[in-house]
Write a protein that binds this ligand. Sequence first.
Ligand SMILES: NC(=O)c1ccc[n+]([C@@H]2O[C@H](COP(=O)([O-])OP(=O)(O)OC[C@H]3O[C@@H](n4cnc5c(N)ncnc54)[C@H](O)[C@@H]3O)[C@@H](O)[C@H]2O)c1
Ligand SMILES: O=P(O)(O)OC[C@@H](O)[C@@H](O)[C@H](O)[C@H](O)CO
Length: 447
Amino acid sequence: MTGNATRPRLNRVVAAAGPKAPVRIVHLGLGAFHRSHQAWYTQHAGDSAEWGIAAFTGRRPDAAQVLSEQDGVFTLVERSDAGDTFEVIGSIVEAVDGNDVGRLAALLAAPSTAIVTLTITEAAYATDAADAEHSATPLGRLAVALAARKENGAGPLAIVSCDNLAHNGTVTREAVLSLADTLDPGFADWVRANVSFVSTSVDRITPRTTGEDIAEVAVACGYDDAAPVVAEPFRNWILSGAFPTGRPRWEDAGAVFVEDLEPYENRKLWLLNGAHSILAYAGQLRGYATVAEALADPLCRDAVEKFWDEAARHLPDELGVPEYRAALVERFSNSRIAHHLAQIAMDGTTKLRMRALPVLAAERAEGRPGDGAAGMIAAWMAQVTSPADVKDPLAAGIAEANTLDGDRRTRALLELLDPGLAADPGVLAQVHRLQDRFTASSTSASR
Ligand SMILES: NC(=O)c1ccc[n+]([C@@H]2O[C@H](COP(=O)([O-])OP(=O)(O)OC[C@H]3O[C@@H](n4cnc5c(N)ncnc54)[C@H](O)[C@@H]3O)[C@@H](O)[C@H]2O)c1
Ligand SMILES: O=P(O)(O)OC[C@@H](O)[C@@H](O)[C@H](O)[C@H](O)CO
């Protein structure tokens, strides 16, 4: 899809982008979301000329190769029911294969580097000691590169997790500290004294780019871009924590800095991501492929509304939950954003712990059954029956549970989420019973 006789390949000259900003931000996880979100906010900061991003891929070099061929620039397609708008983003000034730990260490050893951002997926925060030794995972590589910063006396910096993870700053801190400990006990003390772990709530629906998206950009923009990214117009970024070596003026682009992130984080992870998980499992069971299709189904919509009613009881009134819910219905109904349920369904065990379990616990603590939250878990259990479709860090445990019948299977699956819940006969019976709702409906409604 690159270059033809009449169309040039996108690069900084074709885009008439200004000079590259110096690298002061290092990003790990060069996926679609980083490019629609942090790269957009950095480009729209008032001092963007001072803040370039060096972005590293996670597992494969492909995204770095493609972006390097176009000097790091790419097209952001903002897609709404009203149509598409196109903007070239130039804040990524270097795209690097994640395996290049040498380059990562060199960048972190430079005093000019002030920030590391992460979008490495929720599952990638589960680390073990071997990660740092083998430099095989993003956080393992980060620990190795931080050691180079310490050696070079390059001073403090901020690490900013932008993954959909509850308490993402604290989780990152704990993972990095435990990896640092395995490298050298004194190193963990340096991390404690020099690294600020910033927590964030991030939001912008960004599905995977398709071949049709690439073709559309070529026609609309008159150049070939092998790496455009498509996102909804809505975006939101709430951050909490210190930036000891400075940061871009992201607030110019609408980012908000708060003392207490938790209520915002819960609103987003429960209402948006929780609803997404319900739609992913219940929707696929009912034969749908996208969020917009699933939300239009009365059974799926009802399951979402029930869960929202429960979650809303545990969110502060000042957060404007009714308006937030109404906005979500509109965003999810954007039928031109083909947000695939199969993508959202991935890594369910990690996601349900943050999306369903806290609401179930809060409801039960107040003497209510929490059928909406339990329904999310039940929909997951009803859907994860086929090993070929299950992409999850605990896929082996799910496969083993699937060899069991009836409530023995339910208990084994519940144990993967939370052994305490599995030991509660009330919850076990509830989740077991609620699966029928989705399995019975899947046979009658699937097309
Ligand atoms: N896409 C969205 O709408 C969206 C919105 C808000 C937050 N997020 C957060 O961003 C994350 C990434 O989303 P995306 O759309 O960019 O996904 P993506 O698949 O386009 O990119 C993910 C990046 O992480 C790497 N990666 C994936 N799994 C990994 C693993 N187990 N270990 C190491 N690296 C791994 C990939 O190689 C890639 O570089 C999500 O998991 C979520 O936490 C996404
Ligand atoms: O990105 P994940 O895999 O954590 O979850 C899938 C979607 O729920 C998620 O990407 C949302 O679209 C996003 O969080 C919206 O901001």
